[in-house]
Design a protein around this ligand. Structure first.
Ligand SMILES: [Zn+2]
Length: 496
């Protein structure tokens, strides 16, 4: 009996691993084949970007000017698991000094044999130096303040067969972090760039990519023999000339999940189209997922501000973890497998968690490697707020099942480089983090706590927030002595 139960326990532990992912062992990498030779559409001119159509009723910061524009032409062969891409990046120097270099990060290069670069060019690019996922471009002449330059990268992907957010399975192809990006740059501190962590159990610990608010446009052409493909994406696709065209302004990434198995469902909720994409065995779950999503959007509209995009896609993932991306989230098929009667299940825990990342990751950015608590601690505490609002009789169950049962310890402000790998990271940042948030709320009182949380969210939208931004907002609403609490939960806390 013990042997039979063990896989279930292991699976449940993984399912509660919100926003974790496992890299494929090297044995799963495909054998490299020749480059794709399919023709590329000539990329059209980059068009002016749009702003979200749903105007917020409160004051957000001004939309950042001179945002980076990512313009992608993607030919995807689902059956062959290959992609050919023509990408243009238009980058503005938003500093007050000339820039002599530009850094490209190429996340697919973490997967051996996957990314093949056909060409990299730009009118200012003199030479490039490659190191791992980093390609440093030397600019000549330098990019002057306020000026822009366009980099073109032509590349192919031989997608890895792996259960994860980048790769394919028999059920699904996922494209997250699939193209080169330019990371945030600060003249004082340089490029904001971190390396990925894979722990001893081959689990990727947290997330490492920090991204600025940018504008995305994508033209997708499906090639090859696969039929009846259904595409979930970060925004709504519009068919045009045999392509699907996508736009997504004011976001940090653009992701796709494609399957010939998806069963879809859609509901309009206060101007947001909530879409579910589940596998056939879960066709009944879509309705429940939509109901949880509606509740979560209502709660976060009240606590933070209304979700500002037109679509939110909730996608069943053919692997045992969950992940957020702009306008879309991936929920493990295992979470849906174990779904029984609401609300005492992981679906009711993790859908609100992942939706909260639309604010704490996408709208309010942070450094997810060095300060992951700013998205994961808050997202985990949002689960509790969801239960408190919609299932108050089960809030104690949430605390015992999600947090206290693990007897969590560790500094809430730990980084993804924490000794002990994923479980130490989760215990410290997610679980002990939730305890910290509750004690902070108890200390300041509800009015100050929620006013501060909303102010932090509003003021840091489109930005990359830091710990001091969080406590600055808190200080505006509470004069409570935070130091004993910070010393209990934070390593080397500054005095606020
Ligand atoms: Zn998360």
């Amino acid at each position: 009996m013990r042997a039979r139960h063990l896989p279930i326990i292991v699976a449940l532990t993984l399912l509660l691993s919100a926003c974790a992912q496992q890299p494929a062992p090297p044995a799963e990498l495909p054998t490299p084949i020749a480059l794709i030779t399919g023709s590329h559409e000539t990329p059209t001119e980059i068009r002016p970007t749009e702003t979200p159509t749903q105007a917020p009723t409160f004051e957000l910061p001004a939309q950042p000017e001179n945002r980076t524009i990512y313009d992608l032409d993607l030919n995807l062969d689902y059956a062959q698991h290959t992609a050919s891409v023509v990408q243009k990046i238009t980058y503005f120097n938003r500093t007050d000094q000339p820039m002599h270099e530009l850094l490209l990060l190429i996340p697919p290069r973490y997967f051996a044999g996957v990314y093949s670069q056909g060409s990299l060019s730009g009118n200012l690019v003199m030479q490039s130096r490659e190191s791992g996922i980093r390609t440093m471009l030397s600019l000549e002449p330098a990019l002057q303040p306020g000026e822009s330059t366009t980099i073109q990268v032509i590349f192919t992907l031989l997608l890895p067969k792996r259960p994860g957010v980048f790769g394919w399975s028999e059920m699904q192809t996922n494209l997250m972090d699939w193209f080169p990006i330019i990371p945030p740059f600060d003249p004082a501190s340089g490029w904001l760039v971190n390396e990925r962590v894979v722990d001893a159990s081959n689990t990727i610990v947290g997330e490492y990519l920090s991204s600025e608010t940018a504008d995305f446009s994508l033209r997708l052409r499906l090639t090859g023999s696969a039929q009846n493909l259904i595409i979930a994406a970060s925004s709504e696709g519009v068919e045009k000339d045999g392509n699907l065209e996508y736009r997504l302004p004011l976001a940090r990434s653009f992701s796709l999940s494609v399957s010939d198995q998806f069963i879809t469902r859609e509901a309009d909720h206060k101007g947001v189209s909530i879409r579910t994409y589940v596998f056939p065995q879960h066709h009944e779950a879509g309705e429940t997922i939509i109901e949880v999503a509606k509740n979560a959007l209502d709660l976060y509209a009240e606590l933070f501000y209304p979700y500002p995009r037109k679509t939110l896609s909730l996608v069943s993932a053919d692997f045992l973890h969950n992940m957020e991306t702009d306008g879309m989230l991936l929920i493990s098929k295992g979470v849906i497998d174990f779904y029984r009667d609401a609300p005492l299940n992981n679906l009711t825990i993790l859908v609100p968690h992942e939706i909260s990342h639309q604010w704490f990751y996408s709208l309010v950015g942070n450094d997810p490697a060095k300060e992951p608590w700013l998205d994961e601690t808050i997202a985990t505490y949002c689960e509790s707020l969801y239960f408190e609002r919609y299932h108050p009789e089960h809030l104690a169950w949430w605390w015992s099942n999600r947090v206290d049962g693990f007897k969590p310890e560790g500094w809430v402000n730990a980084t993804i480089y924490i000794p002990g790998g994923y479980s130490a990271y989760r215990d410290a940042v997610y679980l002990n983090g939730a305890k910290f948030m509750q004690e902070l709320r108890n200390l300041t009182g509800d009015d100050a706590f929620f006013a501060a949380l909303q102010q932090y969210t509003l003021q840091n939208t489109y930005k990359i927030a830091s710990e001091s931004d969080f406590f600055k907002a808190l200080r505006n609403h509470s004069s409570a002595d935070l130091n004993p609490l910070l010393q209990k939960y934070f390593e080397n806390p500054p005095a606020y």
